[in-house]
Design a protein around this ligand. Structure first.
Ligand code: NAP
Length: 255
C-alpha cells in the first residue's frame, strides 16, 4: 500500500496527536519515520500502522538530545524526506506560587527550541524534495491564557513566530511551513496528575459544554488534527505557508 516516493518524519509519534498524524500520513501513502522518547508507545504506533497496511520505522529519540538528532538527520531512514510533522511536546504547569525555572526551561527546550532546531537541521533534505512541507504543532495557548500556563504559552507563541519566520525564509526553496494550533484534544496530555481526564471534569463541562464556550460542544480527536496535518503536508497544499490553522471546535472564534 505504501507509496515510497514520500517519506515523512513525525515526532511525538508514540501518543496522541503525533500517533494519529503518523497513522494518517501512512494511510496517505507515505513511509513514516516515527520518532519519540517513548519506546513502548512507538512500538504500538508502528504495529497499528503495519496492521493497516502502511509502512513505518521507529526511532527512539529525545528531541532535546542534539547528538541523537544529528544521527537521525544523517540517517538513511530519512532518505527521500518530504513531509515533517513536529508533534512532540510537553505541558508543565508553572504557577506563580510554585514556580520552577527548571520546568520553565524544559518546556521551552522541548516545545520550542528543539522543534525549531530539528526543522532547521532538516532543511538540506527538504531542499532536495519535490514538494517539501512541514508543520509544527503549536496550540491555542499561543493566543489564550490560563492560570499556570506561562511557560507552555510562551513555548507555543514562540513556535508560531518561528514557524512564520521559517516559512518566509524557506519560501524561495519551495518549502511550505505551517503550524496547527489545536484546542482541547482528547489525548493523554489531557489526563491530570490524579488520573482524571480534564475534559471530564465538572469545571470543563460547565464552562465549555453547558455554557457554550466551546461551540462544537466536545473536545476534538487526534484524528481530526491529523486530517488538518495531512492536507497541509500534501501537494494539494500549494499556496499556504506561514499560516496557523486552528483546530479547536470554534473556541477561539468566541474570543
Ligand atoms: P501526548 O499524548 O502527551 O503526546 C506527546 C508525545 O511527545 C508523547 O509520546 C511524549 O512522550 C513525546 N515527547 C515528550 N517529550 C519528548 C521529547 N523530549 N522527545 C521526544 N518525544 C517527546 O500529547 P498530545 O496531546 O498528543 O500532544 C502533541 C502536541 O500537541 C504537543 O506539542 C502538544 O503541546 C500539542 N497540543 C495538544 C493539545 C491537546 O489538547 N492534547 C492541545 C494543543 C496542543 P512521553 O509520553 O514519554 O512524554
Amino acid at each position: 500500500m505504501a507509496d515510497t516516493t514520500s517519506t515523512a518524519l513525525v515526532t511525538g509519534a508514540a501518543s496522541g496527536i503525533g500517533r494519529a498524524v503518523a497513522a494518517r500520513l501512512a494511510a496517505d501513502g507515505a513511509r513514516v519515520v516515527c520518532a519519540d522518547a517513548n519506546a513502548v508507545g512507538l512500538d504500538e504506533t508502528i504495529s497499528a500502522i503495519e496492521r493497516a497496511g502502511g509502512s513505518a520505522a521507529a526511532v527512539v529519540l529525545d528531541v532535546t538530545d542534539r547528538d541523537a538528532v544529528a544521527r537521525l538527520v544523517g540517517s538513511a531512514d530519512l532518505d527521500g524526506l518530504d513531509r515533517v510533522a513536529l508533534c512532540a511536546g510537553i505541558y508543565r504547569a508553572t504557577p506563580v506560587d510554585a514556580f520552577s525555572i527548571d520546568d520553565y526551561r524544559r518546556v521551552l527546550e522541548v516545545n520550542l527550541t528543539s522543534s525549531v532546531a530539528l526543522l532547521v537541521a532538516l532543511v538540506p533534505r527538504l531542499r532536495a524534495a519535490e514538494a517539501p512541507r512541514a508543520v509544527t504543532v503549536s496550540s491555542i495557548h499561543s493566543q489564550f491564557a490560563e492560570a499556570g500556563s506561562s511557560a507552555y504559552a510562551v513555548s507555543k507563541a514562540g513556535l508560531v513566530a518561528a514557524t512564520k519566520a521559517l516559512a518566509v525564509e524557506l519560501a524561495g526553496d519551495g518549502i511550505l511551513v505551517n503550524s496547527i494550533a489545536p484546542g482541547f484534544i482528547d489525548t493523554p496530555m489531557a489526563v491530570l496528575e490524579d488520573g482524571t481526564n480534564e475534559h471530564d471534569t465538572a469545571g470543563f463541562r460547565s464552562v465549555y459544554v453547558e455554557h457554550g464556550k466551546l461551540p462544537l460542544g466536545r473536545p476534538g480527536t487526534p484524528e481530526e488534527v491529523a486530517a488538518a496535518a495531512s492536507f497541509l503536508l500534501s501537494p494539494d497544499n500549494g499556496y499556504i505557508t506561514g499560516h496557523v490553522l486552528v483546530v479547536d471546535g470554534g473556541l477561539t472564534a468566541t474570543f
